[in-house]
Design a protein around this ligand. Structure first.
Ligand code: ASP
Length: 339
């Protein structure tokens, strides 16, 4: 029988309504187990590792990512795959972060959750958890796991983790992967697509535990008061900035703003340019309004999602020298960007 380890972190899937406050709060995994008796009929040996205190995913931070990576590392040889139950709100951040922290994965690490708690009649949680478990065990004709990377399974679609983003607070189909087709679609059969990521070699798993939070995320908007950005460009506290710009990577040609960028990069800081658009990519120099970026040593983030860009920068700054980060940031490390 295949073996899967469920890592339960919290999220709506394991929440119930607190009678006093009326808000949803996390409960232990036993509640999920009780509401999905089908888990016992799956022909999968399931073990569980639960967070001491399950959390809403808004509480998730880099310590939790390290905790999850450590659990995967210490159980890696004993299991065919891993299913992480996680709140959907920040699931794409955790999936992206784990994709960078777990190098050389040759087994599936799947995140799933739900929009409605497992105990409610119309819950989407049951299907999500059951299919995620099945995908975590699926092998190809040669006996290799079908999925050998970090992915999100939600409402019939399997997405590469570092390409996914949450785009609905109420639809069951809560995620999308704007610049990469899903890795698999679950219908009557599970239809696996062929675009696996290139690094997927049956290598040794290496865990990178370093995570830096010396980064800032800036979203530009028309008419923005650039003065308020000065603290984000403060090299004393910040090593890297992820900047969400317009269209194919454009920004106002404001002198003060350009000076902030030039001084920051001259002092060794990194600026990564990603687009606010839902899909498509940054092409610095295509318009006059992005020429400055191309000249000022600002790095193009190509078609990375915000979640991938932020967690990639946190991961790289936490593990490598700033010079190495400058070149690694442009590279396609785990299938997170299109070259
Ligand atoms: N607030 C919840 C969370 O992210 C939402 C969910 O699980 O879907 O933990």
């Amino acid at each position: 029988m295949p073996k899967v380890l469920i890592i339960y972190t919290g999220g709506t899937i394991g929440m119930i309504t607190d009678v006093e406050t009326g808000s949803l709060t996390s409960v232990d995994f036993d509640v999920i187990d009780k509401h999905v008796p089908e888990l016992k009929r799956l022909n999968i040996e399931i073990d569980t590792h639960c967070f001491a205190k399950p959390v809403d995913s808004s509480e998730i931070n880099s310590e939790h990512w390290i905790q999850i990576a450590d659990v995967i590392e210490s159980n890696y040889d004993q299991y065919d795959g891993f299913v992480i139950l996680h709140g959907s709100d920040t699931m794409s951040y955790t999936a992206s972060a784990l994709s960078f922290m777990l190098e050389g994965l040759s087994k599936p690490v799947l995140l799933t959750g739900s929009q409605l708690p497992i105990g409610t009649i119309r819950t989407d949680g049951k299907e999500n958890i059951i299919t995620a478990l099945q995908i975590a065990c699926d092998k190809d004709a040669s006996g290799k796991p079908r999925i050998q990377e970090v992915a999100i399974y939600f409402e019939y679609y399997l997405y590469r983790g570092n390409r996914s983003t949450k785009d609905s607070a109420n639809l069951f189909k809560a995620f999308r992967s704007p610049n990469l087709a899903p890795l698999a679609v679950a219908g009557v059969d599970i239809d696996y697509k062929s675009h696996r990521h290139s690094e997927e070699v049956a290598g040794n798993l290496t865990i990178h535990r370093g995570v830096s939070n010396r980064i800032a995320l800036i979203k530009l908007f028309p008419g923005m008061n650039m003065q308020i950005l000065s603290s984000a460009f403060d090299r004393e506290h910040v090593d890297g900035i992820v900047m969400e710009t317009f269209g194919s990577g454009n920004a106002p040609t404001d002198e003060y703003f350009q000076e902030l960028c030039t001084n920051f990069t001259a002092e060794g800081g990194l600026i990564l340019n990603i687009t606010q658009c839902a899909s498509g990519k940054v092409q610095q120099g295509k318009y006059a309004t992005s020429e400055f970026f191309a000249q000022a040593g600002i790095i193009s983030g190509a078609d990375m999602t915000t979640e991938a860009a932020v967690t990639k920068m946190m991961h790289l700054l936490g593990n490598y020298s700033i010079d190495a980060v400058r070149s690694l940031m442009r590279e396609n490390l785990r299938g997170e960007l299109t070259d």
